[in-house]
Design a protein around this ligand. Structure first.
Ligand SMILES: Cc1cc2nc3c(=O)[nH]c(=O)nc-3n(C[C@H](O)[C@H](O)[C@H](O)COP(=O)(O)OP(=O)(O)OC[C@H]3O[C@@H](n4cnc5c(N)ncnc54)[C@H](O)[C@@H]3O)c2cc1C
Ligand code: SF4
Length: 339
């Protein structure tokens, strides 16, 4: 029996103060990940701070620069089906709908999605060494069953991947995360929000204890004409990505003016390589040119005993998704099944 205290915060300042004052306090939003982690005995909060009643965090609003602000407590479902997201940021809508199940998306919040933990099997097994769960204990995955693990950006201390779909879309869109904490407010660009494992794999991201995500800003450019999200997994639904790709293109005829490509399921954070996106500018959108970009994105990729297949899979996914982004969604194979 683990006793804990519960506080329903009425505003962000109260929530931040309560969590900041206790290193074993945690915010709870939809609870779809935190409660799982708790049930697996990986975390035992002494104080649970319910943020579901915080004002101003449940809306999607237009920003002065022509973008959109997603409140941290807007659910994944409400975000994916919001008319402005469907029309202006369909890439994000598709990425969200590729994840979890309808029931989970109805509970899961946008802020919580950014902070979900890895799905590495050994992380959930209290008998296995895991540097993410117990720093310094070792990594059972490196010489273990590592089919779902990283091929990019891993370290000798951890080869876990970050499992979110929504965040792959947010990375491609260059979103910004708004945070309030004990030291005030700050804005974190999406590329800097999550981190690679290095020698501190217990840290998934650059948020400090007590910092609360209040909203996520989408810049005006949504790539609403040419976009695609491709998720490759062991089952067609209700499974995490082995490899996923979010692609947004701005085209002039068949020439690429701007490209964004983010990968999921391959690293400890959504994986973007600016050099590859730059290299596509001014080129025609062909399989050959996407293959060249894929070679840059996957430079340095390293497979382990059970996941080397991901390197070729990621290359093919980048090419296929780039070509899919050229076609209207209604003409793509499997378009209906993804809803
Ligand atoms: C069976 C299952 C399948 C899933 N499949 C997928 C999938 O295929 N793709 C995918 O992307 N996701 C998937 N998910 C993950 C799901 O999307 C996340 O669990 C969900 O988005 C987390 O949001 P939440 O509001 O429930 O977070 P919670 O569980 O409430 O919180 C998660 C963490 O975030 C912290 N937190 C929450 N909100 C804030 C905030 N505003 N500021 C600071 N800290 C905060 C909490 O303290 C906690 O540490 C799956 C989940 C389950 C259970
Ligand atoms: S890959 Fe990371 S999360 Fe998995 S066992 Fe190794 S250290 Fe733990």
């Amino acid at each position: 029996m683990n006793n804990f205290a519960f506080l329903r915060a009425e505003n962000a300042a109260e929530a931040v103060q309560a969590v900041d004052a206790n290193v074993r306090a945690a915010f709870i939003a939809g609870g779809t990940n935190l409660i799982d982690i708790w049930k697996y005995n990986l975390r035992h909060p002494e104080l649970l701070v319910d943020i579901n009643r915080l004002p101003d965090c449940r809306t999607i609003t237009e920003t002065a620069d022509g973008g959109l602000r997603l409140g941290a407590l807007v659910t994944n479902a409400d975000t994916a089906y919001h008319p402005l997201i469907e029309s202006r940021y369909p890439l994000l809508s598709k990425a969200i709908l590729a994840g979890a199940s309808a029931q989970i998306r109805n509970m899961a919040t946008d802020g919580g999605n950014l902070l979900q933990r890895t799905r590495c099997y050994y992380f959930y097994d209290a008998n296995a060494p895991c540097n993410k769960r117990v720093p310094g204990s070792g990594c059972a995955a490196i010489n273990g069953y590592n089919r779902i693990h990283a091929i990019l950006g891993a370290s000798e201390h951890c080869i876990a991947v970050f499992p979110s779909d929504m965040c792959v879309g947010l990375a491609a869109l260059t979103a910004v995360v708004n945070v309030t904490g004990p030291n005030g407010e700050r804005r974190i660009s999406f590329a800097d929000f999550h981190r690679l494992p290095g020698d501190q794999p217990d840290l998934d991201n650059n948020l400090q204890h007590g910092e609360l995500i209040t909203s996520i800003d989408l810049p005006p450019k949504g790539f609403e004409q040419n976009y695609s999200y491709l998720k490759l997994r062991d089952r067609q639904s209700y499974a995490f990505a082995l490899v996923s790709v979010a692609t947004g293109l701005e085209l002039d005829g068949d020439v690429i003016k701007e490209a964004r490509i983010a990968l999921g399921g391959v690293a400890h954070k959504p994986w973007r390589v600016a050099e590859a996106e730059e290299s596509l500018k001014g080129k025609t959108a062909t399989p050959e040119n996407f293959a060249e970009a894929a070679a840059v994105i996957l430079r340095g990729a390293k497979g382990y005993e059970h996941n080397s297949f991901k390197i070729e899979l990621a290359k093919r996914a980048i090419i296929r998704n780039g070509m899919m982004a050229l076609e209207p969604e209604s003409q793509r194979p499997g378009a209906k099944a993804s809803r």
